[in-house]
Design a protein around this ligand. Structure first.
Ligand SMILES: [Zn+2]
Length: 88
């Protein structure tokens, strides 16, 4: 009987401990990303957000992320939504 109580209490303590560490870790991560975004530190180098490289072989032209087609070869940069197909 005492063993079961001990197991229960032990499990609860370990569970709470793990949960606390997890919450703490998530908070640390959130603070880290918050500071990073506030400081303007890009995750993948400078300018990678503003441009999109053409996926076509031998083209590789840089286009705006808003662009749907490559300005050099005209290849589709983003998968066209179904609603847009229906309109055509
Ligand atoms: Zn292209």
């Amino acid at each position: 009987m005492l063993t079961w109580i001990g197991l229960f209490v032990g499990g609860t303590v370990v569970g709470t401990f793990v949960l606390t560490i997890w919450v703490f870790w998530m908070m640390l991560r959130g603070v880290y990303w918050g500071i990073s975004s506030l400081a303007g530190v890009p995750r993948q180098g400078r300018g990678s957000r503003a441009t999109l490289r053409c996926p076509q072989y031998r083209c590789g032209a840089l286009n705006l992320t808003e662009a749907r087609y490559c300005r050099r070869c005209g290849a589709t940069l983003k998968p066209v939504a179904r609603a847009q197909w229906a309109r055509i």
